[in-house]
Design a protein around this ligand. Structure first.
Ligand SMILES: *Cc1c(COP(=O)(O)O)cnc(C)c1O
Length: 380
């Protein structure tokens, strides 16, 4: 294990981040407001290329929490959420004392199944609990079936919280992910496609929504010279130091998308010669994934018995990090008592899937080590 560790996804600085952070120090804007926060928001708005208003926050999870509040979710309400996701998507439902209603995935994009969604909405409505919001997720950067999901949401007038935490830079029919939902969510955690060391954002469609978000994120202060509060607020604003890192990262976002897509092509090439391993790719030209993480499905009945766990351990033995796919929320101890709609699609993805090192900063030497480790296991 003397070789350097190859990470699944690690921070990759472009160079300008330090200048923005230094400027923040030099001008003493070391606070959760300042020119970098405003500048970062403007950079994201320009990048998303729609009439949107962005509020920079302390995390993607915080953004989902505030989106649920603005969708009117309170204790006892029901909220539909894709089961196959990271807990950051669903935990804010529990923060509010609301009930998660979990929905299975489909095989094309691995994201929310439109048919299961429809079943869930209808059944909950028959039981007298019309869901207050739908949280749909573009997992691993792959856009979900936007047209179908949003058509059902619209038919039943339920707002969509579009969890684009893993899909900054992805597009669906040419439009940037994060701009489809009533509220769009971005994350800049350390392992995401760009990072602010930790942070997130909400993409809003009106200035009022953005102002409400910023108000809630800064302790919901009334307009008065003293500190006066009429409703509960949160301390969720992004710091000007983090935003400085974000401004530098925005300069390299498209380059990082390109590099991650090249990692995906690298895996497609390796596995084109190996039976029983499927790489998650776009099924039609409508989809453009940033391929934040390259993910595979291993079918042991076609690999001669080799499982994803065999591959994970073989990589680990070479000091190469890989990780099983997200464990579906309906299979988590914390969520096991909540309603679930669908079959076993996401459960099977979890049982047989693996995320492979996907960083934009991997070297040719790293790729050779990864390729050798995979081939040593599969090609006997
Ligand atoms: C990372 C992530 C989040 C939460 O973002 P944080 O900034 O880590 O709070 C939410 N949803 C998904 C799908 C994520 O991957």
């Amino acid at each position: 294990m003397s070789q350097e560790k190859i990470w699944l996804s690690s921070p990759h600085m472009g160079g300008a981040e330090r200048d923005f952070v230094t400027e923040a120090f030099d001008t003493n804007w070391v606070a959760p407001l300042g020119p970098n926060v405003n500048g970062f928001e403007k950079d994201i708005e320009k990048y998303l290329d729609q009439e949107v208003h962005v509020a920079a926050l302390s995390s993607g999870t915080a953004a989902i929490h505030l989106a649920l509040i603005q969708a009117g979710v309170t204790a006892g309400d029901e909220v539909i959420c894709q089961s196959f996701t990271f807990c950051g998507s669903s935990n804010p439902i529990l923060y509010l004392g609301a009930t998660p209603v979990l929905v299975d995935s489909e095989r094309d994009t691995w994201n929310m199944c439109p048919q299961s969604l429809k079943m869930a909405i209808k059944d909950r409505m028959e039981k007298g609990n019309k869901p207050k919001a739908i949280i749909a997720v573009h997992l691993y950067g792959m856009p979900y079936k936007v047209d179908e999901i949003h058509a059902f949401a619209k038919a039943y007038s339920i707002p969509v919280i579009e969890d684009s935490a893993e899909a900054f830079g992805s597009t669906y029919k040419g439009q940037k992910c994060g701009t489809f939902g009533n509220y769009g969510i971005l994350s800049f955690n350390g392992n995401k496609i760009i990072t602010t060391s930790g942070g997130g954002a909400m993409v809003c469609h009106t200035m009022e929504d953005k102002q409400k978000t910023v108000y809630l994120a800064t302790q919901a202060r009334d307009d008065a010279p003293h500190y006066q509060h009429s409703e509960v607020g949160y301390n969720y604003r992004m710091s000007n130091i983090s935003a400085g890192i974000g401004r530098g990262q925005m300069q390299v976002l498209d380059a990082h998308v390109q590099l991650r897509r090249e990692m995906n092509a690298f895996y497609r090439e390796i596995f084109s010669d190996i039976n029983g391993v499927e790489v998650l790719i776009e099924k039609t030209d409508d989809y453009f994934s940033n391929h934040w993480l390259s993910a595979i499905l291993v079918n042991p009945s076609k690999t001669g018995g080799i499982t994803r766990e065999d591959l994970r351990l073989a990589l680990e033995a070479q000091n190469i990090e890989s990780r099983p796919l997200w464990k579906p929320m309906h299979l988590q101890p914390l969520y096991s008592n909540y309603p679930y709609y669908g079959g076993k699609v996401c459960e099977e993805l979890f049982n047989n899937g693996l995320c492979l090192p996907s960083g934009s900063n991997l070297t040719n030497d790293n790729r050779e080590r990864i390729s050798n480790a995979i081939k040593a296991l599969f090609v006997k």
